[in-house]
Write a protein that binds this ligand. Structure first.
Ligand SMILES: [Zn+2]
Length: 348
């Protein structure tokens, strides 16, 4: 057989991005469709299949697709379903893996949530290559996480493990979170959390800030970033506030699994030292002494435009192995895929 490929699919609230990926982690081709164009899930799968087959045919890859990996909000690795998605129109239980596999004549399909897919992508192609213990944190509209212990993603007994965005960081008078509780990390340290902090600061404080020139309800994390870079003191303090909460939360996470690294991904992670400096300070200060200095906080090495597809595609390899031999699904994750062109079922 010639070079094997997998398909990576990232289902977001707005766009579904998909691509063909080779064993070296190169995105050979990619495209996207609108996620919510179809209210009927079968129609969505049909359009997705059509879009993928278009790029597959254009690259003469019809016989090379070995597996399909899908990252989706609330995607469940064990059942292949999306359960109670916050932002998708197709009902409370969506049989994603089953329907997509059927559309592709039985090609193995694996599903997980988007942050777990990002962790797999990082482990297979990015900053976590060669690491067996790390935690991936995605800082986007929400805060997602993927926990890897001993080379394996932690799925928990039901497939939903790793919701570190919903650890409680404020016990008293915490902000209401999208999950229905109060005080979650996500309510403070996501992009929307940063915007909420800006609104709070502007309302409670009196000092001048260029943020006051903006419509308060329209302020985004990007506005705060730009003001901070331009020297606005309050905007800088918003990042200090955010980074400090993150750093304290990370110190707690280390106590759970003693990872080699916590890897940051997503728009906010690109704020550089504005976020990282207070984060690392709070992290070092709050960490249990036996762990001090043992865990790095680093940034993702995946190109943002490719990351979603790459992460999902890493799961596509796993789908292939799981299908060929359920035991082989536990292949040694410590080896980067590109050491051999074609990963074998044992990964050796
Ligand atoms: Zn929450």
């Amino acid at each position: 057989m010639s070079k094997p490929y997998v398909i990576g699919i990232d289902i977001g609230g707005t766009n579904t991005v998909f691509g063909i990926v080779d064993a070296r982690g190169h995105v050979v081709a990619s495209d996207s469709i609108k996620t919510k164009k179809h209210v009927n899930f079968d129609d969505y799968v049909a359009e997705l299949h059509e879009g993928i087959m278009r790029i597959v045919k254009a690259n003469e890859a019809e016989d090379k697709i070995q597996g399909i990996g899908i990252g989706a909000p609330n995607g469940n690795y064990y059942t292949g379903e999306i359960i109670n998605p916050p932002n998708l129109p197709w009902g409370p239980v969506i049989p994603l893996a089953q329907k997509v596999s059927k559309a592709f004549d039985g090609i193995p399909v694996a599903v997980t949530n988007d942050a777990n897919a990002a962790a797999l992508g990082e482990m297979t192609y990015g900053a976590a290559r060669g690491m067996k213990d790390f935690i991936m944190i995605t800082l986007g509209t929400g805060v997602g996480s993927g926990i890897v212990v001993n080379g394996q993603l932690v799925y928990g007994h039901d497939g939903f493990a790793g919701e570190l965005g919903h650890v409680i960081v404020k016990r008293n008078n915490g902000r209401i979170c999208g999950c229905g509780r109060t005080g979650c990390l996500e309510a403070y340290c996501s992009a929307t959390g940063v915007a909420r902090t800006a609104r709070e600061f502007l309302e409670v404080r009196t000092e001048p800030s260029t943020l006051r020139n903006l419509q308060i309800e329209d302020i985004t994390s990007k506005d705060v970033y730009e003001a901070a870079i331009a020297g606005d003191k309050m905007a800088q303090e918003i990042f200090t506030y955010t980074g400090t909460i993150l750093g304290e939360a990370f110190a707690d996470m280390v106590a759970f699994s003693s990872p080699q690294a916590i890897i940051l991904f997503g728009g906010l992670a690109k704020s550089g030292d504005l976020l990282l400096k207070p984060l690392k300070e709070a992290f070092d200060k709050s960490i249990l002494p036996i762990f001090r200095g043992g865990t790095k906080v680093i940034l993702s090495e995946l190109k943002e435009s490719d990351a979603a597809v790459l992460g999902a595609s890493a799961l596509g390899w796993e789908a292939k192995f799981k299908y060929e031999s359920p035991v082989a699904a536990s292949f040694d994750r410590g080896l980067p895929v590109e050491r051999d062109e074609q990963p074998t079922a044992t990964g050796k």
